[in-house]
Ligand binder design. Structure first.
Ligand SMILES: *Cc1c(COP(=O)(O)O)cnc(C)c1O
Length: 425
């Protein structure tokens, strides 16, 4: 694809030493060398510019290099780039916690910071396990998760991912197994899950779900009634409910958080990805007052013994505060609604093309699903040749663009998809 003579020296020299993510390195195309980012564009070392349809794994919601976020990070860099969070406190984290709690529904009042999504999920799982231990309830040692789900790549989070569809099937038998059930998509589904919980709730600490959209597991959508059913079942059987909003949080589905749109308050919510507007790594597990109360004690042993070294990093918190400033005027909702319309229109042409089984759009997220697994690396390279950055996954080609993308840029993305699908993706 890329002219090898144009390959920058740093790539040639470093290539043997960088272990790339999610990739059979022996056969995969070379990675694209990016010199810089700007707005919704990746500028390659060879001078080409790609319109980014991914927002860098769903993080860069305001586009790259946003001046307001950059200024906030620069100012914080002068004051204090990092300090340990044990025994010390700083304004960016404390202000961010207060602002997040204000935005989240119900009594989701207690923010535990970490640095990646997987670790936030690990912490949410640990909170749920210890919630029962601290309350003197024994035996609630397992989790209930859902087919199609994805919650991270670390050992514990792998166990709550979809065991067959997910990326971790290789590890079957290595880790403890959890209960993975179908989502209760209708009344019958709710009856089935109700019966399952009647039998197993006594051994389950919490259920975990990605509300509205199961992302990395295949961009699968479900209705808000599913989430209300989960809340009902969790309450009936005394199981905690964790919403993993690492993908759906910060506007992507059309509401600031999926739980707000669905009008369901989980017991714990996990956030990351777009939290800093795609500038620095940061995540959070936010617990309800009820969960937090189980840890509030004169007994030191009841404390949550967790503390990632870089938790609440001041630069990352400054970036997150600046990103929240950008959400404050509500303009994002108008943009997401606009993108929703444009994606519906732009992807409609794919619906009747060969191999396509579904085209679906929700907020700033458009999906074309196929009846077969795609050659993702090769497709991605063909998209790059058309001037767009789109990285298909499994059976889906999807778009999750920055909210600031223009209609013309969006059309470049949807036209590229329609053309590749017509050519036989
Ligand atoms: C990306 C993602 C994670 C994992 O986050 P990392 O930062 O990659 O560890 C967990 N849950 C969901 C829903 C995600 O989309």
């Amino acid at each position: 694809m890329t002219d090898p003579s144009a390959e920058p020296l740093w790539l040639t020299q470093g290539r043997a030493h960088v272990w790339r993510p999610y990739c059979q390195m022996k056969t995969a195309p070379a990675p694209l060398a990016v010199a810089r980012t700007e707005g919704v564009r990746l500028v390659l070392e060879d001078g080409r510019e790609l319109i980014d349809g991914m927002a860098s794994w769903w993080t860069a919601c305001h586009g790259y290099n946003h001046p307001h976020i950059r200024a906030a990070v620069q100012a914080q860099l002068e004051r204090a780039p990092h300090m340990m969070f044990g025994g010390l406190a700083h304004e960016p984290a404390y202000r961010l916690a207060r602002r997040l709690v204000h935005l989240l529904p119900g009594d989701l009042d207690h923010v535990f910071f970490a640095e990646s999504g997987s670790v936030a999920v690990e912490i949410a799982m640990k909170m749920a396990l210890q919630y029962w231990i601290n309350r003197g309830v024994t035996g609630r040692t397992r989790f209930l998760s859902f087919a199609g789900g994805y919650h991270g790549d670390t050992l514990a989070t792998m166990t709550v991912c979809d065991p067959e569809e997910g990326m971790h099937a290789l590890f079957a038998g290595v880790m403890p197994t959890q209960h993975v059930r179908p989502l209760p998509l209708d009344a019958d589904g709710e009856v089935v899950l109700d019966a399952f919980l009647a039998e197993h709730a006594h051994e389950i600490a919490a259920m975990i779900v990605e509300p509205r959209v199961q992302g990395a597991g295949g961009m699968l959508f479900h209705e808000d009634q599913v989430l209300r059913a989960l809340r009902r079942l969790a309450d009936r059987h005394g199981v905690l409910l964790i919403f993993d909003e690492i993908f759906t949080g910060f506007g992507r589905t059309g509401d600031l958080f999926a739980c707000l749109g669905a009008d369901v308050v989980p017991d714990i919510i996990t956030l990351s990805k777009a939290l800093t507007g795609g500038t620095l790594p940061l995540s959070a597990a936010v617990a309800s007052a009820r969960v937090f109360q189980a840890f509030w004690s004169d007994d030191a042993g009841a404390a949550l013994m967790h503390g990632p070294t870089y938790m609440g990093n001041p630069l990352a918190c400054a970036a997150a505060n600046a990103s929240l400033d950008l959400f404050e005027d509500g303009g994002w909702a108008v943009e997401v609604a606009r993108i929703d319309c444009a994606l519906r229109e732009g992807l409609a042409a794919c619906r009747h093309l060969p191999g396509v089984v579904d085209v679906r759009v929700r907020g700033a997220m458009g999906v074309v699903e196929f009846d077969h697994a795609l050659d993702c690396g090769a497709l991605s390279a063909r998209f790059a040749a058309r001037g767009v950055w789109i990285r298909p996954m499994g059976k889906v080609i999807y778009l999750t663009p920055p909210f600031v993308i223009t209609d013309a840029e969006l059309a470049r993305l949807t036209d590229a998809i329609a053309a590749e699908v017509a050519a036989g993706a």
